[in-house]
Design a protein around this ligand. Structure first.
Ligand code: FES
Length: 135
């Protein structure tokens, strides 16, 4: 049990995230706004980041889930080509110089992947439906 932290949230089955292949996006609330996170697998391990370029705050994937560039070595922002190291999110070239992706803590267990909300990247807002049927 975690010590008073927010409960982790299920993202997907482990086999939905193939080695250096398509990533899986998941909804988050980042710094108070609706956003997405993503998970990719690199050398067998899963890594999670906020889906936001360090250069200009827009999503990285030009086609949904496509985060790796063609050599499968780096994660790449499709807009102006910033590249990031999958294992730590550090910028490795391009206009993100000196920046890094915002990591999101993940846990892979029993063939399932979960993420851990923190103070700035929180669970997605759930729209509250009015209770029309209340008497
Ligand atoms: S917005 Fe991502 S490289 Fe510029």
């Amino acid at each position: 049990m975690s010590s008073g932290g927010v409960a982790e949230l299920f993202i997907c089955e482990a086999d939905a995230v193939p080695e250096s292949g398509r990533g899986v996006r998941f909804a988050v609330t980042a710094f108070g706004e609706a956003a997405t996170g993503f998970v990719v697998r690199h050398h067998g391990k899963v890594y999670g980041y906020l889906n936001r370029c360090a250069h200009v705050p827009i999503e990285l994937d030009w086609a949904e889930g496509e985060f790796f560039e063609s050599s499968k070595t780096y994660l790449m922002c499709s807009t102006h080509g910033a590249i990031y190291l999958p294992e730590n999110g550090q910028c490795a070239g391009g206009p993100c110089k000196g920046g890094r992706l915002r990591p999101i803590a993940l846990r892979e267990e029993n063939d399932k992947i979960y993420w851990q909300p923190d103070d700035f990247v929180r669970a997605p807002q759930i729209p509250i439906k009015p209770h029309h049927d209340e008497l």
